[in-house]
Design a binder for this molecule. Structure first.
Ligand SMILES: Cc1ncc(COP(=O)(O)O)c(C=O)c1O
Length: 390
């Protein structure tokens, strides 16, 4: 049973690709929408005689349709779906053996850092955290044991940008895998496989699902052996999503392009508005021409998205708390990428698992606030921030 995608679909333009990704009329009825195959097993006519489906942890038609979609929207050959973003990350690290080394970004989602330091270090895998925005920092730390480079771009929450093509070129020369967490950009803005990455990871919980109603993860890759190894881990460790969740993400993907267009428009307006606000000290958004990663972002992204962080001139935690608890439209919540706008306090919420001194060293202050700008009317969003910042 293979979930290889057809190559002609990879040549579609973006909107066509997102609407048709993974979709084939259901063979038994012609249903245009992929049915939710809510089953745990499949009947065999005689031992070993079946239609390619034996047990739903290993094979499920709804999940296969989604896995084809993941591959198509990331210009890859293969996709694999997981029960969460961290389960997808977990599967990638399980490709390694004790003694292997991973070079990872020093500014990334706190849950990834927690998985690396608290779960995998004790199995003898070594993680070296560097500022990956400067590719020479990566080069300096490569040893004969380096097996994987893990990058996130743009990063959560500081919106730092790493040059995917430059990192991939260095890695390829030394036979090291590159995995890119593409959650913040989404496949609408960036396709890391096109720049030489080996694996792309998503928290599908975010822009792919798009409606804050599902937890899910995804991996895509081009190499058949890598796909087979990761499929083996997927079925052996069992972190597969249920068919209902796969259906929700398949549906989410169909509108990714129109949602992302509005996330980008609203994001640009809010970033510029915040930047000129007298009470705001700094706005972290990779669409500013003076952002350190702007040139690279322009090269590898189609637009700049709706994720940003900011700090007030009054850097006290009390001032930040006042904003965080005063917004009415921006809901104070973890997560991102849904149609509704969210505000988040990384130090106490999404990045609380990173020790304070480590956070501060990497520029993630106690008063930093992160926005996931949704697709509401931007005037209403600005009015909400205006009244909250005061
Ligand atoms: C950039 C990034 N990567 C990975 C994850 C983990 O994904 P999940 O929450 O679906 O396990 C998140 C979740 O916030 C994230 O923001």
């Amino acid at each position: 049973m293979s979930n290889d995608t057809t190559s002609d679909k990879n040549s579609f333009k973006l909107a066509t690709k997102f609407i048709h990704a993974g979709a084939e009329p259901d063979p038994s009825t012609g249903a245009i929408m992929t049915p939710i195959y809510q089953t745990s097993t499949y009947v065999q006519t005689a031992p070993g005689q079946h239609k390619g489906y034996e047990y739903a942890r290993s094979q499920n038609p709804t999940r296969f349709a989604l896995e084809r979609a993941f591959a198509e929207i990331e210009n890859a050959k293969f996709g694999l779906a997981f029960s969460s973003g961290v389960a997808a990350t977990d599967a990638v690290i399980k490709l390694l053996v004790p003694g292997d080394e991973v070079i990872a970004a020093n500014d990334m989602y706190g849950g990834t850092y927690r998985l690396f330091t608290k779960v995998f270090e004790k199995f003898g895998i070594k993680f070296i955290y560097v500022d990956t925005t400067n590719v020479s920092n990566i080069e300096q730390h490569i040893t004969g044991k380096t097996k994987l480079i893990w990058i996130e771009t743009p990063t959560n929450p500081l919106m730092n940008i790493t040059d995917i093509a430059a990192v991939s070129a260095i890695a390829k020369a030394k036979n090291i895998l590159v995995c890119v967490d593409n959650t913040f950009a989404s496949p609408y803005l960036q396709n890391p496989i096109d720049f030489g990455a080996d694996i792309v990871m998503h928290s599908a919980t975010k822009y792919l699902g798009g409606h804050s109603d599902v937890i899910q993860g995804c991996l895509v890759m081009n190499d058949q052996k890598l796909r087979d190894d990761l499929y083996f881990i997927q079925k052996s460790c069992g972190a597969v999503p249920g068919p209902q969740d796969c259906f929700l993400v398949l549906r989410g993907i169909k509108t990714l392009h129109v949602r992302m267009q509005r996330h980008c428009e609203n994001g640009a307006k809010i970033a510029h508005w915040l930047r000129q606000h007298p009470k705001v000290k700094k706005v972290y958004w990779c669409g500013f021409e003076d952002h350190a990663g702007y040139a690279v972002a322009k090269k590898q992204m189609r637009d700049f998205g709706g994720m940003m962080s900011f700090e007030l001139k009054d850097e006290t935690i009390e001032a930040a708390n006042k904003v965080l608890s005063s917004t009415k439209l921006f809901a104070l919540a973890e997560s991102l990428g849904g149609v509704e706008s969210l505000i988040n306090h990384p130090a106490s919420m999404t990045h609380a698992s990173i020790p304070r001194e480590e956070r501060m060293k990497n520029g993630l202050s106690d008063s930093l606030m992160r926005l996931s700008v949704g697709i509401e009317d931007v005037e209403d969003l600005i009015a909400d921030l205006e009244q909250a910042i005061g």
